[in-house]
Write a protein of this length. Structure first.
Length: 699
């Protein structure tokens, strides 16, 4: 705080002055807020926990495996060169590879008539589609889904300047990899030629996909039985329905399978299919969806030369496919290779998208390893943070705050004069349907901790980071692991200071239910101004998007739209470091801020009503004596301080143009300008900067 600043002239500077003066933006941030500083602290504590060794770690459970994975990632003195480990793995996937330096100068010289079924089996069992297709089980449809692969570039980029960037990137990867394994085995000219051959082949594949898009748009996907799929696409190459079933049984954990089939004799349609479970789920009648049938037909034609009677044609085709497979496997593990490989990868990403500030490689090793660990073990890392690092003392208070916030919002809907009764009722029903998760944002861990252990039971790890990455890829596929987390994040985020709303669920991570947001003997006004606001902000997202209001009456929707237009005009008048704010881009988040502060204040008043008059007066005196501020002033300060933030002048334009949130100083100012209790609490004169005569009200 900076008490020398008049809060009525600039409340952001008043609440955040000390933070702004003393904080330096870390290299891996475009901006740095108070929330970020505490998140860094929690991440460091969690990393220390993962890096520790205890007697309990000898038990092979999810917890010990997460620690094994992290510790393998953090070590810098691996016993074997990861590049050698990757070479060994590539030879596992692709049969009949040379065992000397000709691996690079004449790679992937398959024997004529090579076993394609074995190649497919090897690739699939390690979790690869080999770069030619994608394969998954649709949890919603209960069918096997074949789609097109993802490509490194877009169709347009293969014909633009990005093409040359891609050639330089791949040639550098091949040269560096070859030189590390067999020094001197490949020169620069050879690596460039190899890169060009692979990219030309990749261009041909993406054109097959692109040419089929128009037909696909008109006809949609194709549903077949597994027998029909092999008859149409694979049997001519020796991959019969029986051999494909054999391959898939080795790929997936069949005990977990749930698939539809049409063994009743009906046509291959989802509506008439039967659901089969376990080992019996894979039959010739199992239903398959081909999302890109035109691409698959063209791909089969491209594979056909593998079975030509002409040995030269076979050798040339095998070389093309083999090189392409090699490239795709290398790309899978670039982040796990030593030496210059991360730098090469980073340079390529930056060259493709120079406007994006990719700071991942600037993060310290422990931080990158924590992110990787929590991506693989989201539920376990979540549990460790709450149980080992943080403790659960703040969770009960957070749940009470959440309940009062919900009731405050219900009261606000009741009191909103421009909303008709039917719209109020549907909005209240929507509000009541929201689920709040406090402390754990991983639903699997929240709902059934025993499922977490079952999930990781078959995962085997070593002290090698690269071997672990290979093991995890095949484990994910074999276990048919369903999505257990929301789509907003791949990491466990209990240590986060970012609450969020998704799929009718509000997640309040444990980091928010702890100091400095919640703690023993914290004044209630401070808790409601901070955590209460954040919770109310997420509740407000129920209605900030047009989809959230599609059940409202026309008049109610129009009135809300008019209020948002007023808000857009207000925020359009702000600028940060000379860069004007786009009030339209940040409208939904600004609306959630301005709704959230009203709802949070109402929740605080609900709590206050549980006190007697004497208790309330005593609480006010104690708060004033202890903090120097009234409860209402402290409520506003608590709202502002998590948003204290410093920005880099060199990146502020990018932040404003890409972030759906307003810069944090403007979030503070805009919200408080529209919040009447703020002006009352700090006795701001009407028409002062922080107390404009015209205020925008969402509700």
């Amino acid at each position: 705080m900076d008490r020398s600043v008049d809060p009525c002239k600039d409340f952001s500077q008043f609440a955040c002055g000390l933070f702004n003066k003393t904080t330096t933006i870390p290299d891996n941030y475009a901006a740095f807020t108070e929330m970020d500083s505490f998140q860094v602290k929690y991440r460091r504590s969690l990393a220390d926990c993962l890096g520790s060794k205890t007697e309990e770690d000898v038990v092979p459970n999810a917890r010990s495996k997460a620690k094994t994975y992290y510790q393998a990632c953090i070590q810098t003195n691996a016993r074997q060169d990861p590049a050698l480990e990757l070479l060994t793995h590539i030879k596992e996937v692709i049969p009949a590879l040379p065992n000397d330096s000709t691996f690079f100068t004449n790679p992937f010289a398959y024997p004529s008539g090579g076993d394609v079924v074995a190649a497919v089996r090897n690739g699939l069992q390690f979790g690869y589609s080999l770069g030619f297709f994608s394969m998954s089980i649709s949890d919603s449809k209960k069918i096997i889904r074949f789609g097109a692969p993802t490509f490194q570039l877009t169709v347009e980029q293969y014909h633009g300047e990005e093409h040359d960037v891609y050639v330089r990137y791949l040639s550098e990867v091949f040269y560096s990899f070859a030189d590390r394994i067999y020094p001197g085995s490949m020169d620069r000219q050879q690596s460039v030629a190899l890169a060009r051959d692979i990219i030309t082949f990749e261009q041909e594949l993406i054109l097959l996909w692109d040419n089929g898009k128009a037909v696909f748009t008109e006809t949609g996907s194709l549903v077949l039985t597994l027998a029909e799929f092999t008859a149409r696409y694979t049997v001519q190459f020796g991959l019969t329905v029986t051999s494909l079933i054999d391959v898939l049984q080795g790929v997936w954990n069949v005990t977990r399978l749930e698939l539809l089939d049409s063994s009743s004799g009906e046509s291959a349609t989802l509506e008439l299919a039967n659901l089969r479970r376990g080992p019996a789920a894979l039959t010739e009648f199992t239903l398959v969806e081909v999302s890109d049938p035109v691409y698959y037909a063209a791909l089969m034609e491209k594979i056909a030369p593998l079975f030509s009677a002409d040995n030269a044609t076979v050798a040339r085709t095998l070389r093309l496919f083999g090189n392409y497979i090699m490239k795709n496997i290398l790309m899978e593990y670039m982040d796990y290779l030593p030496g210059r490989f991360p730098e090469i990868q980073q340079a390529f990403r930056a060259a493709l998208d120079p406007l994006t500030v990719n700071r991942k490689q600037k993060r310290p090793l422990w931080d990158n390893c924590l992110s990787r660990t929590s991506t693989i073990f989201p539920e376990t890392v979540d549990m460790m943070f709450v149980d080992d690092v943080l403790g659960k003392q703040g969770l009960d208070k957070a749940k009470i705050v959440g309940a009062n916030v919900e009731q405050s919002f219900l009261n606000l809907l009741t009191e909103t004069e421009w909303m008709d009764e039917e719209t109020k009722n549907v909005s209240k029903a929507k509000l009541k349907s929201v689920r709040q998760i406090v402390g754990h944002d991983n639903r699997l861990h929240k709902d059934n901790a025993s499922l977490v252990e079952a999930k990781f039971e078959m995962l085997k790890l070593t002290d090698s980071q690269l071997v672990n990455a290979i093991q995890i890829k095949s484990w994910k596929l074999r276990q048919n692991i369903p999505p257990t987390r929301n789509s907003m994040s791949e990491e466990s985020r209990s240590y986060s200071y970012n609450a969020y709303f998704i799929e009718d669920t509000i997640v309040i991570p444990a980091g928010l239910a702890s100091p400095p947001m919640v703690g023993p003997n914290y004044p209630p006004s401070y808790i409601y101004g901070g955590l209460g606001f954040i919770t109310a902000h997420e509740f407000s997202h129920l209605f900030t998007s047009p989809d959230g209001r599609n059940s409202w009456s026309y008049l109610a929707q129009e009135r809300y739209r008019q209020n948002i237009e007023d808000l857009v005009l207000q925020y359009n008048g702000f600028s940060m470091m000379g860069v004007p704010l786009n009030g339209t881009q940040s409208a939904e988040e600004n609306a959630a801020d301005n709704s959230g502060i009203i709802v949070a204040y109402g929740a605080y008043k609900l709590w206050e009503r549980t006190l007697s008059e004497a208790e309330r007066e005593a609480m006010e005196k104690l708060t004033l004596w202890y903090t120097g501020y009234t409860p209402e002033q402290l409520f506003c300060i608590a709202f502002a301080q998590p948003f204290c933030g410093v920005y880099d002048r060199n990146t502020i334009s990018e932040v404003i143009s890409t972030d759906p949130h307003s810069p944090t100083p403007l979030r503070i100012i805009g919200t408080m300008q529209n919040f009447p209790p703020f002006a009352t609490a700090f006795k701001c004169p009407v028409r002062s900067y922080m107390n404009p005569a015209k205020k925008v009200a969402i509700w």
